[in-house]
Design a protein. Structure first.
Lengths: 206, 218
C-alpha cells in the first residue's frame, strides 16, 4: 500500500504523458489535459508544503530563541504584510501589492544578483589563472566575450565585438549543444527508469 | 508622497544588501530575512490568483466540476508531509507529480534537446558561399565564417564523445574526448564572460537608481 500504489500512480501518469504524444486523440489527449491541470494544482500544494515548512522552522526559532531569533519575526512579518495586502487587493497593476513588489521586493532581488558581480570578480581571479591549456582556453574565450561587449573592445580593435559574437554563436554553441544532448539522454534514461519503477529513491522517507 | 517613500525604501534596502561587501552584518540579515518573507508571500499570492483560483476554486465551487476533488485531495495529502505520523500519504501526490513530469520530459527532452540538436548539427561541412567570400575578400571574419560549420560539427561530436563514459578515454577515442574538453572549456569561458557582463549590468542599474532616482546626482 505504501509503495505499490505510488508506483502504479507513477506508471499510469508517466505512460499517459508518453502515449498522448504518439496517439494525440481521445482519450489520451483529454487525459493529458486533465493530468496537466491536476499537475498544476498539486504543484501549488507542494508550494504550500514549502511555506508550512518555512513557518515550522521559524516558529520553532521563536520558541527556542537562539542567537538572531528576532530575524524570524522580520521574515514572518514580511510574509504576513505582503500576503495580506495581496489577498485583499489582488496582484493587479497599481495595487498596494504591486507597490510593495516594485519598491521593496524588486530592488532587493536585483541587488542580490548585482552583489554577485563582486564575488564573480574574485572567482574569476581564481578561475583565470592559466595553469593548463584548458584553463587558458576558458580565460581567452571569457576575455574575448567580455571585451567584445564593452566600448573598449571596439576601441582596441573593431573586429573584437564580432569575434566575441562568433565565439558565442559557434564554439560556445557547439559546447552547449553537446551538454544539452548529454543532459537530454540522461533525462530520458532516468525518466524511463522512474516510469518503469526501477528508480524509486523519490519514495524513500516517511 | 508614496513615490518618495517607495524610493527611500528601495534605496535603504539596496544599501542594506550592499553592506554585505563589508561583512555579514545585522542590516544585511534584516534585508535578507525580509526578502525571503516577501518572496514567499509574493509567490503564494501569484500562485493563488494565477493557478489555484482559475484551475481549482472557481471550477470546483463555482461550476461544480466534481472531478477536481481528486487533485484537491491529492494536494491535501501532499501537505500531510508536515505531520510525521501520516507523512507517508504524501507519496501518492508525489508519485503523480514525478510520474507525469517524467513522462512529459521523456518526450520533450528527447525531441527538443536531443533530436533537434542533432538535426541542427547535421549541416554541410563546407559552406561554398562562405569559402568563396573568404577567397574574394580575405580577412579574419570571412575566415571565421568559413570555418564556422566544421567548428560546430567537430565541437558537438567531440563534446558528446567526452560525455561517453562507457569506454575509457584512451588512444584515438581519448584524443577526440580531449578536443571535446577544449570546446567545453570555450563554452564555459564564454558563458562565464556573458554571466559576468549580465551581473555588471544589473549592478550599473542599481547604482544608476541610487545616484539618479534617490540622490539626484546624475
Amino acid at each position: 500500500m505504501k509503495k505499490q500504489i505510488p508506483l502504479i500512480i507513477t506508471f499510469i501518469a508517466g505512460m499517459v504523458m508518453v502515449l498522448q504524444f504518439f496517439i494525440p486523440h481521445r482519450p489520451f489527449s483529454d487525459l493529458q489535459q486533465l493530468f496537466n491541470s491536476w499537475f498544476l494544482i498539486i504543484t501549488v500544494f507542494a508550494m504550500i508544503l514549502g511555506l508550512g515548512n518555512l513557518f515550522k522552522v521559524h516558529t520553532k526559532r521563536l520558541q527556542r530563541r537562539p542567537k538572531g531569533w528576532w530575524y524570524s519575526i522580520v521574515l514572518l512579518a514580511g510574509f504576513a504584510i505582503m500576503f495580506t495586502v495581496g489577498m485583499i487587493w489582488g496582484p493587479a497593476r497599481g495595487t498596494p501589492f504591486d507597490y510593495l513588489f516594485w519598491n521593496v521586493h524588486l530592488p532587493m532581488s536585483s541587488m542580490m544578483f548585482a552583489l554577485l558581480a563582486f564575488f564573480v570578480a574574485s572567482a574569476s581571479y581564481r578561475a583565470f589563472r592559466a595553469r593548463t591549456p584548458e584553463a587558458t582556453l576558458l580565460l581567452v574565450s571569457a576575455i574575448l566575450v567580455m571585451i567584445g561587449r564593452v566600448p573598449l573592445g571596439n576601441y582596441i580593435w573593431d573586429k573584437l565585438p564580432l569575434i566575441g559574437d562568433w565565439i558565442m554563436s559557434y564554439p560556445n554553441m557547439a559546447g552547449q549543444r553537446a551538454i544539452m544532448i548529454g543532459i537530454a539522454l540522461g533525462i530520458v534514461s532516468t525518466s524511463l527508469r522512474i516510469i518503469l519503477g526501477i528508480e524509486r529513491t523519490y519514495l524513500s522517507g516517511k | 508622497m508614496m513615490e518618495i517613500i517607495g524610493i527611500w525604501m528601495a534605496a535603504l534596502l539596496t544599501l542594506c544588501i550592499l553592506s554585505f561587501l563589508y561583512k555579514d552584518n545585522p542590516f544585511y540579515k534584516f534585508a535578507e530575512h525580509l526578502f525571503v518573507g516577501l518572496s514567499a508571500a509574493y509567490w503564494a499570492v501569484y500562485y493563488y490568483f494565477n493557478i489555484l483560483y482559475p484551475n481549482l476554486i472557481q471550477p470546483l465551487f463555482g461550476h461544480g466540476q466534481l472531478l477536481l476533488i481528486i487533485p484537491l485531495v491529492l494536494g491535501i495529502m501532499m501537505v500531510m508531509r508536515l505531520f510525521p505520523k501520516v507523512g507517508w500519504v504524501s507519496r501518492w501526490p508525489l508519485a503523480f507529480i514525478v510520474g507525469s513530469y517524467s513522462g512529459y520530459n521523456l518526450i520533450t527532452y528527447l525531441q527538443s534537446n536531443a533530436l533537434e540538436q542533432v538535426r541542427a548539427t547535421l549541416v554541410p561541412f563546407i559552406q561554398i558561399e562562405s569559402w568563396k567570400s573568404l577567397f574574394t575578400n580575405p580577412g579574419v571574419m570571412t575566415f571565421l565564417n568559413a570555418i564556422a560549420a566544421p567548428v560546430v560539427v567537430v565541437g558537438v561530436t567531440t563534446g558528446v564523445i567526452y560525455f561517453f563514459f562507457s569506454k575509457e578515454h584512451k588512444g584515438v577515442f581519448g584524443g577526440f574526448a580531449r578536443i571535446g574538453v577544449w570546446f567545453l572549456m570555450i563554452a564555459f569561458g564564454a558563458s562565464f564572460g556573458y554571466t559576468v557582463m549580465a551581473r555588471i549590468s544589473l549592478l550599473i542599474g542599481r547604482m544608476y537608481f541610487m545616484l539618479h532616482n534617490w540622490l539626484h546626482l546624475i
